[in-house]
Design a protein around this ligand. Structure first.
Ligand code: 28F
Length: 229
């Protein structure tokens, strides 16, 4: 939870906070694919094919999505019963990343439209229309796309470390065997394109760790249940 430092570690963590929200949408049962792109201008884009952050009107005439990205929470979850799903998940890190970004651009595909919002250092720069986000297009898809540029007056370094990001995304794929994570690094000339999908889950993770090492003993974990001899 939250960022923890203004070093490269904290910088990369911005991506993980946004990715974790997409993973929560996967855990809720609605998202099968997450796309992470390191863009040429130094920003990062994270996209999922979940339900899309709710855009409907919330309490005093503001879109629910706007509240998600502008309300800093002390901890725990968004404490509104209107969206209490079975999982009760969805992190509160989006607003933190927003506050630490020179800009954050949000596109939400939901209810047949692409809804748009944009912030600079956490402050909205798009005017709401009757309290709701403007629609910038039609779509039959659903999902959330967040593009953000880390604030260089806050972070000591602003170049994401691809190797660390890739390693974390790969681990996330091992932990979520039904999730596909696509990584693209568009920063220097040729694009790096990697698909992380690990249907074998953490068993595959251990196997891949062991691949580099000498085997000491036979497996002690059996898929499908525990064993007691
Ligand atoms: C690119 C990063 O952030 N994906 C997300 C959802 C979906 C819902 C949601 C998110 C406000 C308070 C509940 C949709 N429909 N990807 C993302 N996908 N947040 S973040 O809800 C946030 C609500 O808590 C969602 C019905 N319920 C929840």
């Amino acid at each position: 939870m939250y960022i923890g430092s203004v070093s490269t570690k904290g910088l990369n963590h911005l991506i993980y906070e946004i990715v974790d929200n997409a993973v929560d949408e996967h855990l809720a049962g609605f998202c099968s694919e997450i796309q992470v792109t390191l863009e040429k201008d130094g920003s990062a884009t994270v996209s999922d094919n979940g339900r899309g952050v709710p855009v409907d009107m919330h309490q005093k005439g503001v879109s629910a999505a706007r509240l998600v990205y502008t309300t800093l929470h002390a901890g725990g979850k968004f404490d509104d019963s209107a969206y209490k799903t079975s999982g009760g998940l969805h992190g509160v890190g989006s607003s933190v990343v927003n506050a630490l970004s020179t800009y954050m651009d949000v596109k939400i595909s939901r209810d047949g439209f692409v809804h748009h919002d944009r912030y600079e250092r956490g402050i909205p720069v798009i005017e709401l229309e009757d309290g709701l986000l403007p629609k910038i297009g039609k779509t039959r898809k659903t999902g959330t796309t967040v593009n953000f540029l880390p604030d260089d007056t806050i972070f000591e370094k602003t170049k994401f470390k691809a190797e660390e990001v890739k390693s974390r995304l790969h681990e996330t794929a091992y932990l979520n065997p039904n999730l596909k994570i696509v990584f693209d690094d568009k920063r220097d000339g040729s694009v790096e394109h990697i698909v992380y999908h690990e249907p074998e889950g953490i068993i595959g993770f251990i196997q891949d760790l062991n691949r580099k090492k000498e085997v000491l003993h036979d497996p002690v974990y059996f898929k499908g249940g525990s064993r007691r001899d």
